[in-house]
Design a protein around this ligand. Structure first.
Ligand SMILES: [Zn+2]
Length: 244
């Protein structure tokens, strides 16, 4: 005999809840005796370990920061990863202490962006075994986006402009590089058209003249991470590609 559906929780009436209309709670699946392996469990087939540095916006000896592969609804969504294949509970003291420093540093960097009021820091760890923390920027003034539904809103809102997104990536990367490591994200190129009288001039690239924004960007690479990772642990494809 089917069980009676669970009551709807109070949060469906919160202003931050993104949906309205008739809702009902899904029936729960049976409990499994053995959980499936996460992506990269035991280091096998780990996407993060296989990713090269140029898939990241900033790297250091022990940490890397990646972005999504394209703009999303929030001003900034980033992932902090350890370079070593470790999970949160495996971190030796040095990395555990550095994780605190990196978390604070990255929070400040993202919060420094125009239009960002708050930075949410999430760690789920249900989909991929390699340690990764999410940093999501909550837009200033958008009170309805406060709280735990922010990552849902990120998928609901229209993507921000590509140029602004690339500027934000470069600013965060440069901020982090102030403390060490290498910034790999560059500001967007501006193909500036020279006046007609200067007929033989080449288009001036923004990063030719203004390099203090990008910091020591040592590689000719502006593309952010190619591998977006779903962060809804309940829908995370465990074996199917590309997750972290
Ligand atoms: Zn790994």
């Amino acid at each position: 005999m089917p069980e009676a559906p669970l009551d709807l929780p109070d949060f469906v009436s919160w202003p931050s809840f993104p949906f309205e209309g008739d809702l009902r709670v899904k029936p729960l699946d049976p409990v499994v005796a053995t959980e499936p392996a996460r992506q990269g469990e035991d280091g096998n087939g780990c996407v993060a370990c296989a990713a090269k540095d140029d898939a990241y916006i900033w790297v250091s000896d022990r940490w890397r920061v990646r972005a999504m592969d394209k703009p999303t609804g929030l001003p900034m969504v980033l992932i902090l990863e350890s370079r070593s294949h470790l999970d949160l509970g495996d971190l030796p003291n040095l990395l555990a202490a550095e994780l605190g420093v990196m978390t604070v540093r990255l929070e400040r960097a993202v919060r420094s962006l125009d239009g960002v009021a708050r930075v949410h820091v999430n760690r789920y760890g249900d989909g991929a075994a390699h340690l990764h923390l999410w940093f999501l920027a909550r837009p200033h003034g958008q009170l309805q986006l406060r709280g735990s539904f922010l990552s849902l809103w990120d998928d609901i809102l229209p993507p921000i402009a590509e140029e602004r997104w690339r500027e934000n990536l470069a600013l965060v990367a440069a901020w982090l590089a102030e403390f060490g490591g290498r910034a790999l994200a560059e500001p967007p190129r501006i193909a500036w058209q020279a006046p007609a009288t200067l007929t033989d001039s080449n288009p001036i690239r923004f990063d030719d003249d203004v390099d203090e924004v990008a910091g020591p960007a040592v590689e000719e690479h502006a593309a952010p991470a190619p591998v977006p990772a779903p962060r809804d642990p309940t829908s995370l494809p465990v074996v199917a590609a590309p997750v972290t």
